[in-house]
Design a protein around this ligand. Structure first.
Ligand code: 5GP
Length: 138
């Protein structure tokens, strides 16, 4: 399967469409999911093209995982979470909808289920959650 440079996350990286960024470094970018399944739900992606785990280089995976760990600590702190769920899907059959490698980072509280997928979030609340994450990283 080929990487499509017009996927929505490639457009976010090129700043062709807006995103609520919480962290970036030379090789990775982290931003809020617009359909959050938990408060603080964010996505971590490599800056260079990779469709998913199946075609990513070991270095891309290592860089993304380092940022995933950093952001996991940040959401634990920002939301007083009890745990963190990571999700990552590969190809349509594996549940992938956007074909640029991404990891979901979901802060979790004991006994609280995730919200259903596919529900657009409140952008004011998402911006406030992003601010909390940025503050936790500072
Ligand atoms: P997946 O490919 O992991 O199944 O799902 C893609 C994820 O990207 C979903 O959680 C969806 O809410 C999120 N998403 C889809 N389009 C956009 C967008 O334009 N901006 C942001 N920030 N997230 C998006």
């Amino acid at each position: 399967m080929q990487y499509d440079p017009d996927n929505i996350f490639a457009k976010i990286l090129r700043k062709e469409i807006p995103s609520e960024c919480v962290y970036e470094d030379d090789t990775t970018y982290a931003f809020m999911d617009i359909m959050p399944r938990a408060d603080g739900h964010l996505l971590v992606i490599p800056k260079d093209p990779a469709r998913n785990t199946l075609d990513a280089t070991p270095k891309q995976l290592a860089d993304v995982m380092a940022s995933v760990q950093r952001l996991s600590h940040a959401v634990m702190k920002a939301f007083g979470a009890d745990g963190v769920t990571l999700q990552q899907f590969n190809e349509a059959a594996g549940g992938q909808e956007v074909f640029h490698l991404h990891f979901h980072v979901l802060p979790r509280h004991t006994g609280q289920p995730l919200r259903a997928p596919g529900q657009m979030g409140d952008m004011t609340a998402i911006a406030e959650h992003a601010e909390r994450i940025r503050a936790a990283l500072a």
